[in-house]
Design a protein around this ligand. Structure first.
Ligand SMILES: Cc1cc2nc3c(=O)[nH]c(=O)nc-3n(C[C@H](O)[C@H](O)[C@H](O)COP(=O)(O)OP(=O)(O)OC[C@H]3O[C@@H](n4cnc5c(N)ncnc54)[C@H](O)[C@@H]3O)c2cc1C
Length: 236
């Protein structure tokens, strides 16, 4: 899509409507010196800090993904185009993709970041990251399915592995997710599941022992903890 070169206005192309891209677009919105085009492969702005709530069924996807178009609709000089940018043609001051082509005077690349498995990409199918709605709903599907299977399990021994969740990474996302899984099992799912008594007893036990149902493994070799109880030093 070529630009109509009809004014002295500068054309700003913003790739990505995450926090960064939205802030640029809003900052330039209403500024008569600029025409702004916001390009995003999705038609919604994703509020990533609440992804863990979607993953734990506390929120629905739509609650954290408002349309980019409506967020920017009050700015007449801002145009929103859904499309994936494949190439930046630096010499020509243009970007291209499935939408065609846009020329620019100024380009803002705000395409965000991807999670990494640090050379272990084969882990991804077993342990999805948490950066997109698709990943959040996949995690939710797996967690809720585990609770359903646990409900059908005949005894506590069979139920235990189904209700044991391993989170790799103790940064903000991992910690929030761990807290949300705990909250989900103690409160959200209590009324619907027959095995709630077991959950309640576990909760009481966790409370009394101050372990609160979550175990933090700080050693690198976490595999050894999957089948064996953690040693005193590695439990917190
Ligand atoms: C689970 C989680 C919890 C978080 N919690 C917090 C928190 O509590 N506090 C905090 O400050 N930060 C938090 N963060 C970090 C924060 O959300 C990110 O730093 C922020 O979203 C990054 O914004 P961004 O605009 O750089 O990228 P993004 O929000 O990732 O946006 C990038 C955009 O670019 C688009 N895009 C990418 N490639 C293309 C392409 N080729 N063509 C077109 N469009 C493209 C994408 O569709 C996307 O809309 C959290 C992040 C996660 C994942």
């Amino acid at each position: 899509m070529a630009v109509a070169a009809n004014t002295d206005k500068k054309r700003v192309v913003v790739i990505g409507a995450g926090f960064a891209g939205m802030n640029v677009a809003r900052g330039l919105g209403g500024d008569a010196r600029f025409d702004v085009v916001v390009l995003d492969r999705r038609n919604y702005h994703l509020f990533q800090p609440l992804l863990y709530q979607v993953a734990m069924a506390g929120l629905s996807p739509a609650e954290i993904a408002p349309p980019i178009r409506s967020l920017l609709s009050r700015h007449e000089n801002v145009r929103v185009v859904q499309g994936r940018v494949d190439r930046v043609l630096l010499d020509e001051h243009a970007v291209s993709g499935d939408f065609g082509r846009f020329d620019y005077d100024y380009l803002v690349v705000a395409t965000g970041a991807q999670h990494a498995y640090f050379g272990h990409d084969a882990w991804e199918p077993f342990a999805p990251g948490l950066k997109t709605l698709e990943q959040a709903t996949e995690i939710r599907r797996r967690v809720l399915s585990a609770f359903e299977l646990a409900e059908r399990a005949s005894d506590a021994e069979a139920r235990r592995p189904l209700l044991t969740f391993v989170i790799v990474g103790g940064g903000p996302t991992g910690v929030e997710l761990a807290g949300a899984i705990g909250e989900m099992s103690r409160f959200t799912l209590l009324s619907g599941f027959q095995n709630r008594l077991l959950v309640l007893i576990q909760w009481a036990w966790s409370y009394l022992t101050f372990s609160r149902g979550a175990r933090l493994i700080v050693e690198k070799d976490w595999r050894s903890h999957v089948n064996e109880p953690a040693s005193k030093e590695s439990e917190h």
